[in-house]
Design a protein. Structure first.
Length: 572
């Protein structure tokens, strides 16, 4: 019955006496002695309770007035004890300062201020815990009052962040409390809080992760980062479904990747944020999984000098300046299953045009690129050493016309990366060429099973080693297919040959045909016709074939020559 009385009294607001005696933990199931049996620390009256209050308010008022003379808790539904015992376990307090100033006999209290409301119980066995401003309060008598919580869950709003003049400091206290617990802790973040100071995630490498959940954080201050550390190697930080907001061009930066390692953002939204992650050294073991980066932003969203074990999976990035940049050294970078579109700058930049760089194991797979202005995947001019860089199963659309592109023309600008470490496989370009090798100064790149809708996929360039492609025509009607280190050339000519006549048919391939190259003439002969090839020879770019018509009439014969060129020649 006591639970029912509390629910009705919480809804009633017509009598000052009833309000002062009200315990607002009405949603907590209570025993006959008034002790808590289940979790929960907030209550909001609904319409049903307001109707009940109107009907039985007078009865409740009568019961409580009788307490002054009866002295028995049975008057309000309890089987033993005094009414004073009941009230001592649920003393209302307006806020934390009131509880700190208290020195009375109560053993339980209820904070009523919005945002920080909840139950506190006095712990007379503890004389050492410090007042942390939310879950432990020390009163005027030096006693510890503790908020009943699940041990590894902290609600940031309990630290009074909402409406605070210094929300950065309040959130820092939450994080300091989480670190001090030396266990995995979940922090539930508040909504729409401005964090213009710097919050230090000084976890070091304790291997006790901190999981931030939900909430919405805003930043307008271009100085420093929203999340940083006072030293390097603060690890195991996770953000899930958190929204970060700023004004594009304000210079806002969220994470210092040089100080925070093994950072993971999952399902987070970065709207109008200039820089999500930035380093002046190496970013270690960063994970972006299912994040959204949109709504504008200047510069690169992820701007790294170097990176180690870094993954961008299912990243959606659109309508901003530039995307991902790693300027120097790359150790195991994966960008997979994402969508990058509508960027005015470069989507992905790996390496630099001035500083020597090197890479170990780069994979870009299953990424959709659309209408990016400057470049989709651009490799630096001096990106070299080791490798490989593999680009697989990507799709690019939204090109302008060749020569004056409204959008990036190529899927991959190979830059100066010509040491044989670039592999492009099964990519599709809606209009432009898949790989641009024009800046490679030496060496080559590989292309395998790449396609575009026009039927050609690469320039006729020795710097590109091609395998598994459709044949394509070059100048002079020659069809060429690169097959690894080999090149297949093919040309066909339709020739009219009079009866009992031998003619020499000349095929110009536009490139020298060496003695080591394999030359194979072929003819398509109509029924009843008799043709024979007497001999053929090669001279410079030419292959000449002598054909004799042994038929009784003139024959128009499709003649062709296939040349399989070796990668080198020892006989000229």
């Amino acid at each position: 019955m006591f639970q029912w009385i509390h629910r009705i009294k919480r809804a009633a607001d017509s009598d000052a006496v009833r309000r002062s005696m009200l315990v607002s933990a009405a949603t907590l199931p209570l025993t006959a002695h008034g002790s808590k049996t289940d979790g929960g620390d907030s209550f909001q009256a609904d319409e049903e309770l307001r109707r009940l209050s109107t009907r039985v308010g007078s009865e409740i008022e009568s019961r409580f007035r009788s307490l002054a003379t009866s002295g028995g808790a049975a008057q309000v539904g309890f089987d033993s004890g005094s009414a004073q015992d009941v009230l001592d376990n649920n003393k209302p307090m307006p806020n934390y300062p009131a509880l700190r100033a208290y020195s009375g006999r109560a053993k339980g209290a209820w904070i009523t201020e919005a945002g920080i409301s909840g139950e506190f119980q006095r712990d007379d066995t503890d004389s050492t815990s410090t007042d942390n401003g939310a879950t432990v309060i020390v009163d005027a008598a030096g006693r510890r009052w503790k908020r009943p919580t699940v041990s590894n869950i902290l609600y940031a709003e309990h630290w009074g962040i909402a409406g605070s003049a210094d929300p950065t400091n309040r959130l820092q206290k939450v994080i300091d409390e989480a670190i001090a617990r030396q266990e995995a802790v979940r922090i539930v973040l508040p909504r729409d809080v401005v964090i213009d100071g710097t919050i230090n995630l000084n976890t070091r490498q304790t291997r006790y992760p901190i999981y931030f959940e939900g909430g919405s954080l805003r930043r307008t201050n271009p100085t420093g980062f929203m999340f940083d550390g006072t030293a390097k190697n603060n690890s195991d930080i996770f953000f899930t479904a958190t929204q970060f907001r700023s004004t594009p061009g304000s210079g806002a930066k969220i994470f210092n990747g040089e100080k925070i390692i093994r950072l993971q953002t999952r399902g987070c939204s970065f709207r109008g944020v200039d820089t999500v992650l930035k380093t002046t050294d190496v970013a270690q073991s960063y994970r972006s999984i299912g994040d959204i980066v949109a709504g504008g932003g200047s510069g690169y969203a992820f701007d790294l000098v170097s990176c180690y074990d870094t993954v961008f999976d299912s990243l959606l990035m659109e309508q901003r300046d530039s995307g991902i940049r790693v300027q120097r050294h790359i150790y195991d970078l994966k960008i997979t299953q994402g969508c990058i579109e509508g960027l005015t700058g470069q989507a992905i930049q790996l390496g630099d045009d001035e500083i020597s760089c090197y890479s170990h194991m780069v994979l870009i797979e299953g990424v959709y690129f659309e209408a990016n202005k400057k470049a989709n995947i651009r490799l630096g001019k001096v990106l070299n050493r080791v490798g490989p860089i593999t680009v697989r199963k990507c799709n690019v659309v939204g090109h302008g016309t060749t020569g004056t592109p409204a959008y990036a023309e190529y899927l991959i600008d190979a830059g100066g990366y010509g040491n044989g470490g670039l592999f492009s496989e099964r990519n599709f370009s809606a209009e432009g060429i898949v790989i641009d090798v024009s800046r490679i100064s030496g060496g080559h790149a590989y292309s395998r099973w790449d396609r575009n809708k026009k039927g050609y996929v690469f320039p006729d360039d020795e710097r590109l080693r091609v395998e598994g492609h459709q044949i394509y025509k070059t100048a002079g009607g020659v069809t060429k297919t690169r097959m690894g280190d080999l090149t297949r050339l093919y040309r066909s000519i339709s020739q009219s040959i009079a009866p009992s006549t031998t003619v020499a048919v000349t095929f110009d391939f536009g490139t020298p045909i060496n003695l080591d190259d394999i030359v194979s003439p072929q003819m398509q002969i109509a029924d009843g016709a008799t043709l024979s090839v007497s001999h053929c020879y090669r001279q410079g770019n030419l292959v000449r074939v002598w054909v004799t018509n042994k038929s009784a009439g003139t024959v128009i014969a499709p003649l062709s020559v296939t040349v399989l060129k070796m990668p080198f020649s020892v006989s000229g």
